[in-house]
Design a protein around this ligand. Structure first.
Ligand code: P6P
Length: 325
């Protein structure tokens, strides 16, 4: 029986045809392919986690102070290897690694990638959707790459990529002015163009926050979420990429605010908030700390955390106005 996948373009075809010419000219497709190769490996491990020894934790604690899941470590290895060896990445930073990995200062290595290899990893053991998130930058000049080279505001990203390992494995690629989705065809191993030019729907369909933290929120956030609660249904997976992807495709607003215990928030700026807010803005949405556009924040630390409010621009703006009252 004919299958929609039979007529869909591949990731390589779409990126070659639609990505900005200056990116295509200096190896952007190589970066995207390296990221996709790592994700195919992680997708395969995720689908067979209980059979592939991918459940549970390693007993180690990462730089975030979080227990490292077995799949976190496997995902880190897969993506570090594919990005380090692809030949166009000068440096990379990963949630699971305290320090950046410096690959080459050569001019033919123009890209820098920050990533969260397996987001939501505490959901692995219960087979709930998890993801991977990537922020892609071009080196600002040919000078030697240092840790400072990775502390760039999110507005300087040339692309953002994330994967949802859910009921299907979906890759979302955003470049300036365009967001496309690709579904992994397991038999061929190809990511096929299943979502053309994604734009966030005009109507917000749900709010997404961990209501269990309500008592810890500052009063302004408690009032802002009360407004959302009065108008929208609640959807919360507890896996950032799953919650974000639903809001991107269906309309919605995701919030992980700072609170009295963690005023700076829980989620990381460099490889969670920045790439997802880049995607959101290219799809017509918005992302803020509550007081500042996420993409304008000047990072000071590689693993810096941030409050995050992202989704339908009009609803994000309403929350910001409420917080400012
Ligand atoms: P909480 C998963 O651990 C994660 O980093 C994100 O994927 C998710 O959005 C958030 O934490 C969930 O945190 O405190 O609601 O369990």
């Amino acid at each position: 029986m004919a299958d929609a996948g039979d007529s869909l373009k591949t990731l390589a075809e779409v990126v070659a045809e639609t990505a900005p010419a200056e990116l295509v000219a200096d190896g952007f497709l190589t970066v995207v392919s390296a990221i996709a190769d790592g994700a195919k490996h992680v997708s395969g491990l995720t689908r067979r986690a209980g059979l592939a020894g991918m459940l549970g934790d390693t007993g180690e604690v990462n730089v975030q102070g979080e227990i490292v899941q077995v799949l976190d470590a496997a995902g880190t290895d897969a993506f570090v290897t594919s990005l380090r060896d692809c030949g166009v990445v000068a440096a990379l930073a990963c949630e699971e690694l305290e320090d950046a990995v410096f690959v080459s200062d050569a001019a033919d290595h123009p890209y820098i990638v920050l990533f969260d290899p397996v987001d939501g990893s505490n959901n692995i053991d219960v087979a709930v959707t998890i993801g991977s998130i990537f922020a892609v930058y071009r080196r600002s000049d040919d000078s030697a790459v240092t840790e400072t080279s990775l502390l760039r505001p999110g507005r300087e990203q040339c692309a953002a990529v994330y994967f949802v390992y859910g009921s299907s494995t979906v890759m979302v690629v955003a470049t300036e002015g365009r967001v496309d989705g690709f579904t992994l065809e397991p038999t061929s191993g190809e990511f096929l163009h299943s979502h053309d030019q994604i734009q966030i729907p005009s109507q917000c369909a749900a709010y997404s926050v961990n209501e269990g933290n309500q008592s810890k929120w500052f009063p302004g956030m408690q009032a802002a979420v009360a407004d959302l609660r009065a108008e929208y249904g609640l959807r919360y997976v507890g896996s950032l990429v799953a919650d974000f992807h639903r809001d991107l495709l269906k309309g919605g607003i995701f919030l992980y605010p700072g609170d009295v215990k963690s005023p700076g928030g829980k989620l990381r700026l460099g490889y969670e908030a920045n790439p997802l807010c880049f995607v959101a803005e290219q799809a017509g949405g918005a992302g803020t700390t509550g007081t500042e556009r996420i993409l304008d924040v000047q990072p000071k630390l590689l693993h810096q955390r941030t409050p995050l409010i992202v989704g339908n621009a009009d609803v994000v703006e309403r929350v910001v106005a409420k917080l400012a009252e």
